[in-house]
Design a protein around this ligand. Sequence first.
Ligand code: AMP
Length: 180
Amino acid sequence: MADAVFIGIGSNIGDSSAVCKAAARELARDQRAACFTLSSLYTTSPVSDIVQRDFLNCALRMSWSGSPEALLDCLMKIETSLGRTREIPDGPRTIDLDILLFEDMVLDRPSLTIPHPRLHVRKFALVPCLEIDPTLVHPRYGRPLAEFLEALGDEQRIEYLERIGEDEIYPARNCCTGDT
Ligand code: AMP
């Protein structure tokens, strides 16, 4: 069982707030996932040369009793169930689910890199993770995530939007009351 797995959630097509919450809800239904802590929702500027709407992003921490590959498979199925098609790279998307951290694992497989290869250079991933746990350290580089965030300039915009109520997401069986 992996106790601290961080998932990044993003959307910039449709009702993005509802889609991000639906993705978290789908994940919470999986029997292998438990003990959720969810970040706030943020409005973020797209990191892309393609002109497109701002994204909504959040992150969640959970435990996962399965392999990282099984988790990626689970995330891709949730993306498909929420209407994600494989669009142009860096283009707009209904839903994007990424494995940001899988405890302190470092993994380099053709279809899966952990930590996520762009975690340390994306405010939309760093800020929600650090909201959940400000002490996180990047397993590959051995430096606090907060240092990577400080090193980023002003080009990427990120603004707090709203808290997500736990009752909007979690089935009772998955709640770890008092979990921080
Ligand atoms: P995208 O949906 O554009 O984020 O890309 C998804 C693809 O990235 C998947 O097919 C995965 O094989 C690959 N990938 C590699 N590392 C990760 C990761 N840490 N989390 C999610 N997808 C990953």
